[in-house]
Design a protein around this ligand. Structure first.
Ligand code: PLP
Length: 307
């Protein structure tokens, strides 16, 4: 009998072997520099990711769960505030909402795309709602046009959980194409090894276009400290290790190629399973084309919600 070949979801060993020399050198350079914490690679990686995403600020942190937690801490939510998110996500999204004593309000997803259902968001809004957390799954964005319209109409923050979609693009009704995580008030991501951009351990990052918010996020991620040993706020200790940053700098150069490979694999499965009348395959993002009467602005959303 022929033995079945075990297939891993992501073949990280093959991926490593293709860039082994670069990765080994990068790790070695960090080890001999002894700049293990907050070494130069962390700053360089943040800058390079800002350029790739076309976002003003990237703040690296320890993992994608921390990224969500720090984002919500930076927005000063109060216990009992309601945060709407998708019921179909990794536990971390809802977990941090509950951890901060906020109320997770789970709404359904579109059965075709698995993205958060925008009609369900509208139905779930109450006077206590402070934010929407769309989760971009399987490399495609939620309907960000509508999410932003709803958020602006109700003065809500938007935290995009882009742990499973870094590098994905979304075209708004204005014609502007933006990268996942750069459209809402804050974007968060994970560099867990199996992600599109994965390190060799844990890692995460937070993105924002807003200077004031970026400053607050940096302080919270660093023990609430703005000047060394001056702790003005309650924060956390959430850093991306220098070794992981050095690895991510190399892998960022391959991110588009990694995304394209996943798209080819998805097309292969779509083609194979789509022919089976008993199976329903997920559909590709329906990028809305309708012109919005609401002009949204990330700055405006931030200012209004602070008021
Ligand atoms: C959608 C989503 N959000 C958050 C996370 C949490 O990321 P991390 O494992 O880096 O904490 C994950 C990780 O799998 C995820 O898939």
């Amino acid at each position: 009998m022929e033995t079945m070949k075990k297939m891993s979801m992501v073949d990280l060993v093959s991926q490593y072997k293709k860039i082994q020399n670069e990765i080994d050198t990068a790790i070695h350079d960090v080890v001999v520099s002894s700049a293990y914490i907050n070494g130069p690679d962390v700053k360089h990686f943040a800058k390079e990711l800002e350029e790739y995403l076309d976002v003003k600020h990237v703040i690296p942190c320890a993992n994608g769960t921390d990224a969500l937690q720090i984002a919500m801490m930076a927005l000063n939510f109060k216990p009992g505030d309601e945060v709407i998110t998708a019921s179909f996500t990794y536990v971390a999204t809802a977990e941090v909402i509950a951890l901060l004593q906020l109320k997770p309000v789970l709404v359904d997803v579109d059965p075709d795309t698995f993205a958060i259902d925008c009609d369900a968001i509208e139905r779930a809004i109450t006077p206590k709602t402070v934010a929407i957390v769309p989760v971009h799954l399987f490399g495609q964005c939620s309907n960000m046009q509508r999410v932003m319209e709803i958020a602006n109409a109700h003065n809500l923050y938007v935290i995009e959980d882009t742990a499973q979609a870094i590098g994905a693009e979304y075209t708004l009704s204005t014609g502007a194409t933006m990268k996942a995580g750069t459209i809402g008030t804050i974007g968060t991501t994970s560099f867990f090894p199996s992600k599109n951009l994965g390190c060799m351990g844990d890692g995460g990052a937070i993105f924002t276009q807003n200077d004031e918010l970026a400053q607050r996020i940096r302080i919270i991620a660093n023990h609430g400290q703005s000047v060394q040993y001056h702790h003005d706020d309650i924060g956390v200790n959430s850093r991306l290790d220098t070794i992981q940053a050095a690895i991510l700098r190399i892998k960022l150069g391959h991110l588009d190629e990694y995304c394209a490979a996943r798209q080819r694999a998805a097309a292969y499965y779509d083609n194979a399973f789509g022919k089976n009348p008993k199976l329903k395959i997920p559909s590709r993002q329906k990028n809305p084309t309708r012109i919005s009467s609401v002009h949204f602005s990330v700055e405006r959303c931030f200012e209004n919600s602070l008021a």
